[in-house]
Structures are given as C-alpha cells and as structure tokens.
Design a protein around this ligand. Structure first.
Ligand code: DOR
Ligand code: ZN
Length: 361
C-alpha cells in the first residue's frame, strides 16, 4: 500500500481569488500549496483590459505570504468590451502583467456572468485574434440561454454545449487553443478523450466533480457547499469523469475551481454557485487518484499538464502527501469577520466527511 507520494509542486489551472478582504483571506491558501495558478477574471468589475489585469495581479501579490514564490497568472473576461487589440497587448505581456488566457462565461449562467456573451460564437473578432496570436480560450462550457433567450435545463447545459457549440467552435477556429473547464458529464469526457490534443484541446476537472454527484447534492437535504456551475451530475457522469482522469492523458489537468462565497450568500434562499475547495483540493485529488489506483498519474495531472498548456515550466520544487486522515473543521474568516465554508467541512458538508491524504509539513 502506498502511503506517501512526492510530486512536483502543483499548478491550479482554474481558481477564483476574488477581491479585497476575501482575496486576502483565500490567496495564502492557494499560495501555500500551488506554485502558480490561472486566476479567473469574473470580479466586479470584470478584468477585461491589460491595465485591470496588472492592477489585479498587484492586489494578489500583496496578499501572497512573504517568502512564497507563488505566481498568479492573469486572464481576461470575454466581455463585450474586450477588443481584438487588447488580446495582442495582454498576451505579449507589454504591461507589468502578461495575460495568459481568455475566459468565456455564458450570459446569466453563473457568478458575475452578466458581462458574458450568450454564446461564444458571437465573439468572432476576438477569437480570430486569439487564434492568430496563440492565446488560449478557457470555456465555461454550458449553454444557458437558447436562441430565443429562454433558459435551458441546467442539467443539460454542458451536453448542449459539447454536442452543438463546441464542434461549431472547433470548425470555425481550427487552430484556436481551447480548454474545456470543469468537465462534469460523461458526454464531455467522451468528447475530450476522443478529440483532446496536447497544446490544442484540453480539459480541466475539479475535485467536486470527481467526488460528488447529485445523490450527495440531495442527500438528506440540499448540500449547498457543493452547489456550483456546472452542477454535479449523475453517478454515471462522475464515474466517466473519474475514468478519464485515471487514464493519465496529457491534455487533462487539475483546475480546482475554488470559488469562495461569503456565508450569507452560501447559506441563503438563493444560494450562489461556487465551491470553496482550496483548503482541501490537493488532498481530495490525491484521495481520488489513490482510490482509482492511479497515483502514478497524479503528478502529470496536478503539476505538469496544466503548466505545459499555458507555456510555463513545471515547478522544480517537490511536495509530499501522506495517507493520513483529517477533517475540515474550521471556516476561513476574512479580516472583516466574514466566514467562508470549505467543501468537506465536518458540519456543513455532507456530515463527518474524512479526507484521507494530507500535505506533509
Ligand atoms: O460555480 C461556479 N462558481 N461556477 C462558475 O463558473 C463561477 C464560480 C464563481 O465565480 O463563483
Ligand atoms: Zn470557475
């Protein structure tokens, strides 16, 4: 039985660090375990200029603990203000922050998505420029509104995207680098396994979609800590996504999608979408790969595939995880006294959840 594993320091291909007091509370958690991360731009206001990205990077860097070499990698939000000219400017890194990718949110689908296009196919000029300069597109791959502006069934949004929008996008922009974020369905896993290609079409998986399905979401009541977009799906979907991770393909990587929300919004009659997982993401991924008998694939998934896609070197530092039970017992509390509850919390998660691996100190 393996009870210890040493890997290169991991990379989070997808994290939300927010702003202000929330940012100052959650950034050190990611910086402690990951050497670098792709930071989501769905702040308010959104990050859609090179100047805004540089200022946002500065805010994050000020919250990185002293002595840490953590580097946040910035992204643009594909808003209607994001111009083709800004693409080349951000990607060439002329300002103090290079912008590594563009993130697309379907209008209305999730947190701060009110600045997104209804469909990614409406943003042709920007996509053409991204294809020309080689800047990757990160997709929130769900159809939220149909052509008549009616909401689609949220359990079907990813399927509709993968069956309809994604093939059209790939046809229209054959050289565009694309990452399908937070894959949640068997249909997406099938599509990526068949069409994925290193440096061209890749995908990320969250710990949430590897560990939970809708049985847990509705077990004994509605479990708001695992409420996110894309929603957790059927058991068969989760098993198919796990099987994809288990294969160890070079175009599949860890993107935690850690998305903190204040207690008041998470425990509310209109619960926000987003799972705060950075306190346990790395350990949960390790537990899943252990269960799958795939610990030999963990380092590529966590530490190598993500950096390669974004053109950066994997870390030379190492981190060791040991098989030892622990529980998430505390919330994170911001300097303003706001509580943020992490996934797996003993009381507010599914109840008495145990995490089987931990980082060796
Ligand atoms: O659940 C989600 N939360 N999905 C997203 O796409 C955005 C994120 C957030 O920012 O809270
Ligand atoms: Zn996200």
């Amino acid at each position: 039985m393996t009870d210890s594993i040493t890997i290169r320091r991991p990379f989070d291909s997808h994290v939300h660090l927010r702003q202000g007091a929330m940012l100052r509370a959650v950034t050190p958690i990611t910086a402690q375990k990951f050497f670098s991360a792709i930071v989501m731009p769905n702040t308010d206001p959104p990050i859609d200029t090179t100047e805004a990205a540089a200022a946002y990077k500065e805010e994050i860097m000020a919250a990185v603990p002293e002595g840490s070499t953590f580097e946040p990698l910035m992204t643009f939000y594909l808003t209607k203000n994001l111009s083709p000219a800004e693409i080349a400017k951000g990607f060439s890194g002329e300002a103090s922050a290079k912008v590594y990718a563009v993130k697309s949110y379907p209008y209305g689908a999730t947190t701060n998505s009110q600045w997104g296009y209804r469909s990614i196919l409406e943003a042709k000029d920007v996509l053409r420029e991204m294809e020309r300069v080689g800047m990757p597109l990160m997709l929130h791959g769900e159809v939220h509104l149909n052509d008549h502006d009616e909401e689609e069934d949220p359990y079907e949004g990813e399927r509709l995207f993968v069956e309809d929008t994604l093939p059209r996008l790939l046809d229209a922009f054959p050289r565009l680098k694309i990452s399908l974020e937070h894959m949640s369905t068997a249909i997406a896993a099938d599509f990526i396994e068949k069409n994925g290609a290193e440096g061209k079409l890749v995908a990320t998986i969250t710990p949430t979609h590897l560990l939970y399905d809708r049985r847990q979401a509705f077990s004994g009541g509605y479990r708001t800590l695992i409420h996110m977009k894309p929603l957790v799906k059927r058991r068969e979907d989760r098993e198919r996504v796990r099987a994809l991770a288990q294969r160890g393909l070079p175009f599949v990587s860890a993107g935690s999608d850690s998305a903190p929300h204040p207690e008041s919004k998470k425990f509310s009659s209109c619960v926000t979408f987003g799972v705060f997982c950075s306190p346990a993401a790395l350990e949960m991924y390790t537990g899943v790969f252990d269960e799958l008998g795939a610990l030999d694939k963990l380092e590529n998934f966590l530490s190598i595939n993500g950096p390669r896609f974004y053109g950066i070197q994997p870390s030379e530092e190492r981190i060791t995880l040991i098989k030892k039970d622990w529980q998430v017992t505390e919330p994170v509390i911001t300097s303003e006294g706001v509580k943020v509850w992490p996934i797996g919390h003993v009381q507010h998660g599914l109840g008495n959840e145990v995490i089987r691996w931990q980082v060796k100190r």
